[in-house]
Ligand binder design. Sequence first.
Ligand SMILES: Nc1ncnc2c1ncn2[C@@H]1O[C@H](COP(=O)(O)OP(=O)(O)OP(=O)(O)O)[C@@H](O)[C@H]1O
Ligand SMILES: [Mg+2]
Length: 463
Amino acid sequence: MRILSLGLSNVNEPHALRDEHAIDPRLPSLPHGKRAIDLIVDFLACLWDYAKHQITREIGAVADLDSADVWLTVPAAWDARGCQIMRDAAITAGLVRSAHAGDTSWRDRLRIITEPEAAAVHCAYLTELHKLRPSQNFMICDAGGGTVDLAVYKIIGMLSNLEIAEMCARSGANCGSLFLDLRFRELVRTLLSEHPAHLDEASLAYFMHNFSETTKMVYRGELDDNTMFNFTCFNVEDTDDPNVGLQNGDLTIPGNLLRREVFDPVVQQERFASKINVISRPPDCDTATLRGAAQYGLARRPLVSSIIAPQSYMMKVKLPAEPEDQLKRPAYIRTNDAGVSICENRLQYLVAKGAILRKGQRVKHKFCKFSQNGQDRMFVATLYTSDNDKIMRYTDEGETVELCKWTVDLSVLPSFQEDANTPQANGFYTEFELGLELDSAEVRGILIHAGQDWGHVVFDFRS
Ligand SMILES: Nc1ncnc2c1ncn2[C@@H]1O[C@H](COP(=O)(O)OP(=O)(O)OP(=O)(O)O)[C@@H](O)[C@H]1O
Ligand SMILES: [Mg+2]
């Protein structure tokens, strides 16, 4: 189990499933002949066997596990592709199966929910404990083995009819508890570099096990700077060396050294206590995700269905000049070929910061491009983001960051092809829509024409 879970941390991040080089080199390598996905399938199959066994033992044959909904939780920052890989693995592992003849929709019984979503539902149900009120924000911190994941939610609507909106969900850096273990092993290796008798794999594993199961759990930070921590050596046949803390078969390491070399470098990556009013650790936090996922499943409606735009998304556009533009930005005003005064560098908001959208909801805006001829087919949309709550009018107002230049090829559109093939002395206009979709892991742009999708692009992996 331990090796498997270590192996799974290798693929904690879905990018590692697609690109094996993306795996952190400090983690153990995969068993020979196994791909990351095989490991996940094997792991899920074992886990499911065990779960079925336990459920049947506890509640007997009452549960028809073959026709049950199965909820699988995935880390916060997984994108649609990552979730699909996990879904396929779970189906291969047999978590859901056809329960009777004609059961064609059995795959739909496998449901996926993100870990912080599930934990958020659980926390919101514990309102007595957390004193949560409608419109309040709360953050879920999931300090795991591989990563520390943070997600911020807001309670919208009434508590009695729970509805939660996601403000932000990110998988943090690799600063999970496993990295403490790895740093500890490095420290032992350095301390005992003159004592190779203690540096074989078994000895190092023994030190590390001691650290990870005992010292790490009781360590209190600066309070322990003067505490001496003892670690029994696996190999007892070696000389004492008080200079490095080696005495009577024990390796002694002072707390301040552990802090400097092991804890601080990992812990300092995530500090937020000064910014958060109330921090609580529910007594059942180890099962919070499971309980929340079950509550989510039983509610039979999406409890975390909305997303609050974490920033504004704007596009640079040219618009007919208004008196305000004559006053504020005369330099931006040009007269176009048709003799109309146009103001350049105006911002069109696609989504304003703080807007509440349904997950995956498409926000559309109409655009129009003038083409001289059929070669003139590229529309370049320059997208900006801003963290500012203020709605800005021009691209030069500061506090905007250029996100990307999104090049849309209009020649895929039938109306463009038709116009391009009809010789027209004065060129032609093409009308189309650009849509934006936000979900936890990515922002997608879509080219829409006559109610149909003609292309899409992912331009913001929100991690
Ligand atoms: N009091 C503690 N102090 C430090 N680490 C702890 C403590 N209690 C548990 N851990 C560590 O937390 C880790 C287990 O956490 P958890 O089960 O949430 O990880 P995970 O979900 O497998 O990891 P990830 O979410 O990164 O994939 C183990 O590495 C364990 O040693
Ligand atoms: Mg976890």
